[in-house]
Design a protein around this ligand. Sequence first.
Ligand SMILES: Cc1cc2nc3c(=O)[nH]c(=O)nc-3n(C[C@H](O)[C@H](O)[C@H](O)COP(=O)(O)OP(=O)(O)OC[C@H]3O[C@@H](n4cnc5c(N)ncnc54)[C@H](O)[C@@H]3O)c2cc1C
Length: 433
Amino acid sequence: MKKLIYSLIWVSVVYVIIAPIYLFFNNNYRDVDLFLLMGSIVGLVLFVVFFWQYALSLKVLNKFLRLDLATVIAVHKDLGIYSVILLFIHPLYKQIDSFFNDGSLKLLPSLETRFDQMVVVGEIGLALVLVTWVLGYLIKKYITFRFWKFTHLATYLVMPIVYIHATQIGSFISHPLIYIFINILFVTYLVFVFIRLIDASGIFKAKYKLINKEVINDVLQLTLEPTKSYSRIKSRMGQFIYTQLTPFGEAHPYSIVWNDNKGVLVLGLKAVGKFSKQLLHAKLDSIIMLDGPYGKFLDGIEKVEHAVFIAGGIGITPFVEFTLNSNNINSIKKIDFFYATKTLNDSVFVNKQSIKNLPKVNLVNVLSLQTNINEANVEQGFVTHSLINKYNKSMNNCEYYICGPALMMKAVSEDLIKNGIEPSKIHTEEFSW
Ligand SMILES: Cc1cc2nc3c(=O)[nH]c(=O)nc-3n(C[C@H](O)[C@H](O)[C@H](O)COP(=O)(O)OP(=O)(O)OC[C@H]3O[C@@H](n4cnc5c(N)ncnc54)[C@H](O)[C@@H]3O)c2cc1C
């Protein structure tokens, strides 16, 4: 899927590389030399990359095209890095051109001519992208997610700025080959912005009523019921939804713990920050807007005979429904379930909706902080290849599904790969983008 997205991006990028070269050699662009041609190409590629950045960030489009949100976000991040590199290269050509023409460098912004003014417009766009890049990549761990998200939204201003800059002073922009293409992208971008606003308003999101709220061992369990039968979310096991409390309010992702055939849906979450605490204090019967389902974590599991589930803390949520249903799923013969928590008390969904004592499931609790438990299937330490091997002697014939804190997922995946498990057999779900 990542390949398909990259192919589409490549086609559009190649078009804006070939079209100016074709025009340069076949039309009479007397005021354009090779440096300006290169600068124009980089500028046009940037425009296309920005366009894809917006397209990929549109959840509605992802849902409509059934794309995997995690993969799409990964591509979105890659493009962010490429666009910053291109942003530095684009003005360079203008400087080189000016240096070769009259020996000068135009480093300071000037507002003298209309051309200069439009260059400044482009530089404002450049500054905005740079600020987002510094916040998003260089210092993201030092700022709050909320502040990052807010500043990230400011990049929506970049496309109109770049559009004005390009259409006013772009070297090839007046030719229909470029003009029509750029305008199609820009109008599509405006449609995307409109769709995003409608989406954020929550008008078309599924409305669910909070019918039960329980805190079990630090984990808030919410039970929700659709207010209208037609707005019921039909999810596959292991998928997640976005929850939103107010129109234009924040939307946060949560894995679906359970979704029954009447649409009653259960979420399990740690109330750690501002939004999750609002969910903790939400009153019964209040309406929560849901958007989804998203995700492909357990896709393909219907063909798996022997699965190894590795959950860290609240990372257990995407596994619960499949595990509880495992008896009715003929294809699956065995699940080795390694559940890593600090203490045994932190284990959720083990006693009440018990993932324990199911015929096909071998549950092993792995405790990082508690040492005083001397029971079968309770281990002290961390999930490693050798620990799994103690319970599973046919490790090369299994598919591995891991969900938990980022560090744990990385450590377990690397250990499995180091010990000969094929990377294609390891499937992960991250709880943060
Ligand atoms: C696919 C997926 C499934 C998830 N499933 C669960 C689950 O079943 N149970 C559970 O407890 N948590 C789950 N999470 C994590 C959950 O979304 C965050 O813990 C929650 O949004 C934090 O919000 P907050 O207000 O409590 O804390 P904040 O202080 O706002 O955020 C704490 C951290 O959560 C992450 N986060 C915050 N907002 C978002 C957002 N809109 N999108 C992505 N990450 C965000 C960031 O890394 C941030 O630093 C899931 C996350 C993802 C991406």
